[in-house]
Design a protein around this ligand. Structure first.
Ligand code: HEC
Ligand code: HEC
Length: 221
């Protein structure tokens, strides 16, 4: 009896505490086995597998359409996690789910190695504005937004060692805006601990577009 009351109280407390994300945000655990699989990815095989991806992401990982992400130069741990997340639906996207359905974990590691071996995209555009620069370098303590560069690197080059902090330098600005809006609405929910959802929820459309332009113009090659 006592136990049941306790459980009820805890459950009620949780639902009052804020949004409860029902499913885990990713099934990928950074075990030694996973890290070894990623480090052992075969870029040559990945290049061959990329033949069925090249229509949208480019033969060299540079997307031909600004609504699709470039994948060139992306760190392998991040790419691998995204592919796994698409396959099991934790990153919800019908096109990509279909694309990865037949891929094994080894295939995903090979593709990730291929992308990681390519240079990051060349910079494009005018570089955002002062408000974006402030968010990148200092964040905003009022809204508890941490500076973007603490995680994404000084030039947006990302950080492979810290379990796949993505490179965002040279990324297609339209894709950047779209994915930030998805984090903001919860439509993209595969970020562990809601790291990006918590940041994006307080950003305005103007700030997101300033940030997209800022990072598109960064040269981290
Ligand atoms: C018909 C176009 C299309 C094809 C073909 C395609 N993709 Fe994608 N890809 C997309 C779109 C659109 C997105 C963004 C989806 C979203 O918002 O989650 C995406 C996202 C991705 C991402 C996440 C990038 C990031 O920065 O988070 C990776 C990695 C990726 N695709 C790899 C692949 C691989 C590998 C293949 C081939 C097996 C492939 N894609 C085939 C359209 C495509
Ligand atoms: C505490 C660390 C941290 C901070 C601070 C942070 N990010 Fe992120 N960001 C991440 C992680 C981790 C991911 C990948 C999450 C996932 O697996 O979906 C990510 C993903 C992203 C993506 C998606 C990349 C892609 O290719 O789809 C964008 C865009 C992005 N962040 C922009 C920003 C911007 C802009 C800021 C500053 C306003 C920022 N981030 C601050 C950790 C951080």
């Amino acid at each position: 009896m006592m136990k049941r009351i306790l459980v009820t109280v805890i459950a009620a407390g949780l639902s009052l505490a804020g949004p409860v994300w029902a499913a885990p945000s990713s099934q990928v655990a950074w075990t030694q086995e996973t890290m070894r699989l990623i480090e052992g990815g075969d870029a040559e095989k990945g290049k061959q597998l990329n033949a069925s991806c090249a229509g949208c992401h480019g033969a060299e990982g540079i997307s031909p359409n600004p609504i699709w992400p470039s994948t060139a130069g992306q760190n392998a741990a991040y790419t691998y996690k995204q592919l796994r997340d698409y396959k099991d639906g934790t990153r919800d996207n019908a096109i990509m789910m279909g694309m990865v359905m037949a891929l094994s974990d080894q295939d995903m590691a090979d593709i990730s190695a291929y992308y990681a071996a390519l240079p990051l995209p060349a910079p494009q555009g005018d570089g955002g504005n002062d408000a974006a620069l402030k968010l990148v370098k200092a964040g905003d303590s009022e809204r508890l937004i941490a500076a973007c560069n603490t995680c994404h690197g000084r030039k947006g080059e990302g950080n492979q060692r810290s379990h796949g902090m993505p490179a965002i330098a040279g990324q297609m600005p339209q894709y950047f805006v779209q994915t930030m809006q998805l984090y903001r609405s919860g439509g993209r929910a595969n970020d562990v601990y809601g790291i990006m959802r918590n940041i994006a929820k307080d950003l305005t459309d103007e700030e997101i577009s300033g940030l997209a332009n800022y990072y598109a113009a960064q040269d981290a090659r």
